[in-house]
Design a binder for this molecule. Structure first.
Ligand SMILES: O=C(O)CCC(=O)C(=O)O
Ligand SMILES: [Fe+2]
Length: 302
């Protein structure tokens, strides 16, 4: 019997319950949710970001793409992108998918504009960003999203996915071929959600138009963020944001003691002032507050 090669990726409607989306993400390593936001929402993002998109230079190596522009700092530059970061569907999936960790955070925000003539990016797993650390095969580090900001066709460079490459026992990321990829074609306003463990890449753009995707990646709270939110979002802007978004940006403890402020204080106090929130770490945010290792930390000192 010959192995069946997938020719089309799995799509679900935006009415799909979050837990069902998470099940698909665990099973397949990716899922495409169709038409989550309207074309008008994407128009707003486009107009808020237009000056920055135009000014962004192309990448300086083939991995970031010599005919690809990567425009970051989306929280500072686009209020509509804040809504995408906090979108109940995407954030709900991320919080559930990464629910084994005490906190979920934003890893990066970036519009990826693949311009005409760009070749396919090298196949990779996004979790390699952490210095190629061999995370356990059953430990999910990231929950990533690519929102289609433009049309997202194969010809324009729709993201390439290797089905099955997230599973335990899979090959190293450099041992996959172009023939194993299936492209994530989708409509503008749809979103591709994928695990940091699935092999994928940007596609070649053989069209005359730019393919644009809003890449919003979440991770467990204890790893270093790829995009430095404290530098990308000036404090004056941070002060105007809500607590949930600030927490995702890193104004939270990403696990017990991870990223505390000053005298073991809650980092939100750095933005809001000393009277604003509880002084120390909020244990109720732990994924497993009965975890024996954490209880050991706080109870066994005499
Ligand atoms: O632009 C894309 O379709 C994917 C880009 C990507 O995978 C990356 O830069 O890590
Ligand atoms: Fe990637």
């Amino acid at each position: 019997m010959t192995a069946r090669v997938a020719t089309e990726l799995h799509h679900v409607p935006s009415t799909t319950p979050i837990e069902t989306i998470v099940e698909y993400l665990r099973r397949d390593g990716y899922v495409i949710v169709d038409n989550v936001v309207s074309p008008e929402t994407m128009d707003t993002v486009q107009s808020e970001l237009a000056p920055y998109l135009d000014a962004t230079p192309s990448g300086y190596n083939p991995m970031i793409g010599k005919k690809t522009r990567r425009t970051g700092a989306l929280i500072a530059r686009s209020p509509e992108c804040r809504n995408l970061i906090q979108h109940p569907l995407a954030l709900g999936v991320a919080r559930s998918f990464l629910g084994h960790a005490s906190a979920v955070q934003l890893n990066l925000t970036q519009v990826i504009s693949i311009d005409p003539g760009e070749s396919a990016q090298a196949l990779h797993r996004d979790q390699s960003a952490w210095d190629f650390f061999p995370f356990p095969e059953d430990y999910q580090v990231q929950c990533n999203t690519l929102w289609a900001m433009s049309d997202y066709t194969a010809e324009m460079g729709a993201t390439r996915i290797v089905p099955g490459s997230h599973l335990p026992g899979s090959r190293p990321q450099n041992q996959y071929s172009d023939e194993e990829c299936v492209q994530a074609e989708m409509e503008r306003g749809s979103v591709l959600l994928y695990s940091g463990k699935i092999v994928h890449s940007g596609g070649a753009n053989r069209s005359v138009d730019t393919r644009a995707a809003i890449n919003i990646n979440y991770s467990v709270g204890w790893v270093r963020q790829e995009e430095n939110q404290y530098l990308s979002v000036p404090l004056e802007v941070a002060r105007t944001l809500d607590d949930e978004l600030l927490g995702l940006m890193g104004y939270q403890e990403g696990a017990f003691a991870m990223g505390y402020f000053r005298d073991f204080e809650n980092p939100l106090r750095a933005v809001r002032g000393d009277d604003y929130v509880e002084y120390g770490f909020d244990e109720s945010t732990l994924a497993d507050s009965s975890s024996s290792s954490f209880s050991y930390f706080i109870e066994s000192s005499k």
